[in-house]
Design a protein around this ligand. Structure first.
Ligand code: FDA
Length: 446
């Protein structure tokens, strides 16, 4: 529903009674635009026609988040939560259709508290992966945490959708290492794992951000990392892949923390302090899609895939190997279902600059071409590589329809989608936390 102007005014008034005014930005505030773009990655979602929020709330403690939800419920204004703003479809700060909504931006809630002895930490959702990696490794050089590659990604959205990265074959996804969490639910209550109950704690670890509540912090388990030194690697490579002719000169020894910087930047001289830099740029437009491969793609097929890039201009595909720990965890253990039998994930990325917001045609053409080569019935996709091409929700009678949600939902979550929808039905039957691809509530009415 689109609330009336009066409701928007009452909502803002309700916020001002509960949250210090310097933490609430409306379009008339001088810094509204700079706060809005502070974590926008993709200029596609910052144009004159982009549907923008009524206001942005930047909480500094949990009671502000609770107040935003309670005011929103009372005055019929939805909130969208933003942690790092890296959503590929920008759903944390813009709406695809006209809608009055507020953004709760968690960038100020970004503490990382490491317990060295227990090898655990609490990390607030507004922290970036770079801040998480840096703080953990500085507190305890033997500890590390498995998560994504780009250091400006927010913990909140990333953990909500799974979290895949360089250490996943050894240690699994980020969510496979989450022990506890705190969340503000659709009635404004602050819950921990125990208070949340089994289904909700399951759902928030991979069921996609923006559907079940606002996760404030996550308790994460660390394992020490030993990948080995150059001599061991050269020995292994010479016996397993002699045809590559690898020598010591091809290998660089570094700490895990240095490796997180190096893998992202490709430059061994980048300092680890760059992990703390939250600045993003609005220069490059992107469109992303994903797939899962269960049967090895033949060399002959690869020969047909590569020319798509010769003709198409800027773009890459990224293959993320599964198996190892990721594949040994049951598909229903967390909402992320693409585990047993998956060889790797494919991410397709189109880049462009200039002023067109439309993605180049090649990315959808290549996606169609790939259909016979990738997972089927349903064709899998990764929720953290959000893609509205695979389906958008329809709202019927004020509530998102389960049937239309199933179309994209089973691609992201397979057989786990129904449990996510039932959980949503239990914790947010009114569908307060809603967006174009939020999990619909499935409620059986007697
Ligand atoms: P953002 O704040 O935009 O939120 C994403 C979604 O989660 C939105 O629906 C939002 O409402 C919701 N949400 C945010 N905070 C929440 C909270 N506290 N509680 C509940 N819901 C919340 N992924 C990956 O697995 N491995 C990788 O290596 C990469 N690499 C990568 C590079 C780049 C450049 C980009 C742009 C993206 C990736 N990703 C990735 C994808 C990334 O994991 C995904 O976009 C995450 O959802 C981003 O989380 P943010 O908090 O930054 O996004």
């Amino acid at each position: 529903s689109v609330p009336s102007l009066a409701a928007s005014g009452e909502f803002l008034q309700c916020l001002s009674g509960n949250i210090p005014s310097q933490l609430v930005f409306t379009p008339s505030s001088p810094s509204f635009t700079s706060v809005l773009v502070s974590s926008i990655r993709n200029p596609k979602f910052f144009t004159p026609t982009t549907v923008r929020p009524l206001c942005i709330v930047t909480p500094t403690n949990a009671t502000h988040v609770q107040a935003a939800v309670l005011c929103g419920r009372r005055h019929d204004v939805r909130v969208r939560v933003r942690s790092g703003g890296h959503d590929y479809e920008g759903l944390s700060y813009r709406s695809e259709r006209p809608e009055t909504f507020a953004v709760v931006d968690l960038a100020n809630l970004r503490a990382v508290r490491v317990n060295r002895r227990a090898a655990t930490a609490w990390v607030d959702s507004g922290a970036t992966l770079g801040e998480l990696y840096y703080t953990v490794a500085k507190a305890a050089p033997g500890l590390a945490f498995p998560a994504g590659v780009c250091p400006t990604i927010g913990v909140g959205g990333h953990f909500s959708g799974g979290g895949m990265g360089m250490m996943m074959r050894k240690y699994g996804f980020s969510v496979d290492n989450v022990l506890d969490a705190t969340l503000v639910d659709a009635t404004g209550r602050l819950l921990d794992k125990k208070a949340m109950g089994r289904d909700l704690f399951w759902a928030i670890r991979g069921g996609g951000g923006g559907s079940f509540g606002i996760v404030l912090s996550w308790k994460a388990l660390f394992q020490s990392l030993y990948l080995g030194n150059c001599s061991d690697l050269v020995r292994t490579m010479s016996s397993q892949f002699p045809e590559l002719g690898m020598t010591r000169a091809d290998c660089r020894e570094m700490s895990w923390l240095q490796s997180t910087v190096y893998i992202n930047s490709g430059d061994a001289n980048t300092t680890v302090e760059t992990l703390l830099n939250r600045t993003t740029s609005l220069n490059t437009f992107t469109k992303n899609k994903s797939d899962y491969v269960k049967q090895a793609i033949t060399e002959a097929s690869w020969e047909k895939i590569f020319p798509w890039f010769n003709n198409a201009g800027a773009g890459i595909i990224i293959l993320e190997p599964h198996g190892g720990r990721v594949g040994s965890i049951a598909d229903a253990e967390t909402p992320y279902p693409h585990r047993s039998g998956v060889l790797y994930n494919i991410q397709y990325v189109a880049f462009w600059t200039g002023n067109g917001t439309d993605s180049p045609n090649w990315i959808r053409g290549l996606y169609d071409f790939m259909e016979p080569l990738v997972s089927k019935t349903p064709r899998g996709a990764y929720v953290n590589y959000r893609d509205l091409d695979i389906g958008e929700n329809t709202v019927i009678g004020g509530v998102t329809s389960y049937e239309t949600g199933k179309v994209w939902g089973e691609q992201y979550f397979g057989g786990n989608f129904k449990r996510l929808a039932i959980t949503k039905g239990k914790v947010d039957a009114d569908d307060y936390f809603r967006n174009e691809q939020s999990v619909p509530p499935l409620v059986w009415r007697m």
